[in-house]
Design a protein around this ligand. Sequence first.
Ligand code: ZN
Length: 159
Amino acid sequence: MIKDSEIVKIGNPLLRKKTAKVVKFDKNLRDTVQKMKEIMIANNGVGISANQVGLNIQVSIARPKDKFYVFINPEITPIDAPTFMEEGCLSVPEKFGLVKRHNKVKIKYQDLRGKQRSLTATGFLAHIIQHEIDHINGMLFVDKANEIYEIDNSQKTQN
Ligand code: ZN
Protein backbone atom coordinates (compact mmCIF):
# COMPACT_ATOMS: atom_id res chain seq x y z
CA MET A 1 0.00 0.00 0.00
CA ILE A 2 0.99 3.57 -0.56
CA LYS A 3 2.01 4.97 2.80
CA ASP A 4 1.73 8.67 2.10
CA SER A 5 0.92 11.01 -0.74
CA GLU A 6 4.35 12.56 -0.95
CA ILE A 7 6.13 12.08 -4.28
CA VAL A 8 9.52 10.36 -3.96
CA LYS A 9 12.20 12.81 -5.07
CA ILE A 10 15.56 12.48 -6.84
CA GLY A 11 18.21 11.31 -4.37
CA ASN A 12 15.97 8.55 -3.01
CA PRO A 13 17.40 5.12 -4.00
CA LEU A 14 13.88 3.84 -4.78
CA LEU A 15 13.98 5.82 -8.02
CA ARG A 16 17.18 4.05 -9.04
CA LYS A 17 16.06 0.45 -8.70
CA LYS A 18 14.60 -1.61 -11.50
CA THR A 19 11.13 -2.39 -10.20
CA ALA A 20 9.60 -5.85 -9.83
CA LYS A 21 6.94 -7.27 -12.12
CA VAL A 22 3.39 -7.28 -10.85
CA VAL A 23 2.21 -10.86 -10.32
CA LYS A 24 -0.97 -10.35 -8.31
CA PHE A 25 -3.86 -8.62 -10.04
CA ASP A 26 -6.06 -8.07 -7.01
CA LYS A 27 -7.97 -5.41 -5.14
CA ASN A 28 -4.77 -4.13 -3.60
CA LEU A 29 -3.45 -3.40 -7.10
CA ARG A 30 -6.66 -1.61 -8.09
CA ASP A 31 -6.55 0.46 -4.89
CA THR A 32 -2.91 1.30 -5.56
CA VAL A 33 -3.70 2.50 -9.09
CA GLN A 34 -6.59 4.60 -7.81
CA LYS A 35 -4.35 6.23 -5.21
CA MET A 36 -1.65 6.85 -7.82
CA LYS A 37 -4.21 8.64 -10.01
CA GLU A 38 -5.23 10.83 -7.09
CA ILE A 39 -1.62 11.72 -6.24
CA MET A 40 -0.86 12.45 -9.91
CA ILE A 41 -3.86 14.77 -10.21
CA ALA A 42 -3.07 16.49 -6.89
CA ASN A 43 0.42 17.20 -8.24
CA ASN A 44 -0.81 18.26 -11.67
CA GLY A 45 1.06 15.45 -13.39
CA VAL A 46 0.47 13.83 -16.78
CA GLY A 47 2.04 10.54 -15.75
CA ILE A 48 3.29 8.71 -12.68
CA SER A 49 4.99 5.43 -11.86
CA ALA A 50 4.70 3.31 -8.74
CA ASN A 51 8.24 3.90 -7.48
CA GLN A 52 7.44 7.63 -7.38
CA VAL A 53 4.95 6.83 -4.62
CA GLY A 54 7.24 4.41 -2.79
CA LEU A 55 6.26 1.08 -4.38
CA ASN A 56 8.73 -1.22 -6.09
CA ILE A 57 6.40 -2.49 -8.83
CA GLN A 58 5.98 -2.05 -12.59
CA VAL A 59 2.89 0.15 -12.72
CA SER A 60 2.71 3.37 -14.74
CA ILE A 61 -0.15 5.71 -15.41
CA ALA A 62 -0.41 8.25 -18.22
CA ARG A 63 -2.97 11.01 -18.63
CA PRO A 64 -2.13 12.93 -21.79
CA LYS A 65 -5.50 14.70 -21.73
CA ASP A 66 -8.46 13.64 -19.64
CA LYS A 67 -8.17 9.94 -20.31
CA PHE A 68 -6.23 7.64 -18.00
CA TYR A 69 -4.06 4.84 -19.31
CA VAL A 70 -2.85 2.21 -16.86
CA PHE A 71 0.15 0.12 -17.91
CA ILE A 72 1.21 -2.86 -15.83
CA ASN A 73 4.51 -4.61 -16.64
CA PRO A 74 4.88 -2.46 -19.78
CA GLU A 75 7.47 -2.88 -22.52
CA ILE A 76 7.90 -0.63 -25.51
CA THR A 77 9.15 -1.03 -29.03
CA PRO A 78 10.00 2.19 -30.88
CA ILE A 79 8.41 2.61 -34.30
CA ASP A 80 10.06 5.77 -35.59
CA ALA A 81 13.31 7.68 -35.13
CA PRO A 82 13.63 9.76 -31.94
CA THR A 83 13.58 13.53 -31.76
CA PHE A 84 14.30 15.92 -28.91
CA MET A 85 11.34 16.85 -26.75
CA GLU A 86 11.09 18.93 -23.59
CA GLU A 87 10.14 17.19 -20.40
CA GLY A 88 9.99 17.50 -16.64
CA CYS A 89 9.36 15.11 -13.78
CA LEU A 90 7.41 15.21 -10.53
CA SER A 91 10.44 13.64 -8.84
CA VAL A 92 12.86 16.28 -10.15
CA PRO A 93 11.29 19.58 -9.06
CA GLU A 94 11.65 22.69 -11.20
CA LYS A 95 13.99 21.17 -13.76
CA PHE A 96 13.28 20.60 -17.42
CA GLY A 97 15.37 19.24 -20.21
CA LEU A 98 15.46 18.09 -23.80
CA VAL A 99 15.31 14.34 -24.15
CA LYS A 100 15.31 12.14 -27.24
CA ARG A 101 11.96 10.39 -27.49
CA HIS A 102 10.07 8.51 -30.16
CA ASN A 103 6.86 9.96 -31.50
CA LYS A 104 5.43 6.52 -32.14
CA VAL A 105 5.86 3.39 -30.00
CA LYS A 106 4.17 0.07 -29.50
CA ILE A 107 3.42 -0.75 -25.87
CA LYS A 108 2.87 -4.27 -24.63
CA TYR A 109 1.41 -4.37 -21.14
CA GLN A 110 -1.10 -6.00 -18.84
CA ASP A 111 -4.33 -4.42 -17.69
CA LEU A 112 -5.69 -4.37 -14.13
CA ARG A 113 -7.04 -7.89 -14.55
CA GLY A 114 -3.73 -9.22 -15.85
CA LYS A 115 -4.89 -9.47 -19.46
CA GLN A 116 -2.13 -9.00 -22.06
CA ARG A 117 -2.72 -5.96 -24.24
CA SER A 118 -0.92 -3.84 -26.76
CA LEU A 119 -1.35 -0.31 -27.96
CA THR A 120 0.31 1.83 -30.59
CA ALA A 121 0.80 5.27 -29.06
CA THR A 122 1.75 8.47 -30.82
CA GLY A 123 2.60 12.01 -29.76
CA PHE A 124 2.20 13.03 -26.13
CA LEU A 125 1.04 9.60 -24.92
CA ALA A 126 4.07 7.96 -26.57
CA HIS A 127 6.30 10.57 -24.96
CA ILE A 128 4.83 10.05 -21.47
CA ILE A 129 5.04 6.28 -21.55
CA GLN A 130 8.73 6.37 -22.52
CA HIS A 131 9.38 8.59 -19.50
CA GLU A 132 7.37 6.25 -17.24
CA ILE A 133 9.10 3.10 -18.49
CA ASP A 134 12.42 4.78 -17.70
CA HIS A 135 11.09 5.29 -14.15
CA ILE A 136 10.26 1.65 -13.62
CA ASN A 137 13.71 0.75 -14.95
CA GLY A 138 15.35 3.06 -12.41
CA MET A 139 16.15 5.90 -14.81
CA LEU A 140 15.32 9.61 -14.69
CA PHE A 141 15.11 12.08 -17.56
CA VAL A 142 18.10 13.99 -16.20
CA ASP A 143 20.24 10.91 -17.05
CA LYS A 144 19.38 11.35 -20.73
CA ALA A 145 18.71 15.04 -21.22
CA ASN A 146 21.23 16.90 -23.33
CA GLU A 147 20.31 20.18 -21.70
CA ILE A 148 18.78 20.77 -18.28
CA TYR A 149 17.37 24.08 -17.14
CA GLU A 150 15.47 25.39 -14.16
CA ILE A 151 12.13 26.95 -14.65
CA ASP A 152 9.03 27.84 -12.67
CA ASN A 153 7.04 24.67 -13.20
CA SER A 154 3.60 26.05 -12.40
CA GLN A 155 2.76 26.35 -16.10
CA LYS A 156 4.33 23.10 -17.23
CA THR A 157 3.20 19.54 -17.35
CA GLN A 158 5.29 16.90 -15.66
CA ASN A 159 5.40 13.17 -15.26
ZN1 ZN B 1 8.97 11.40 -13.93
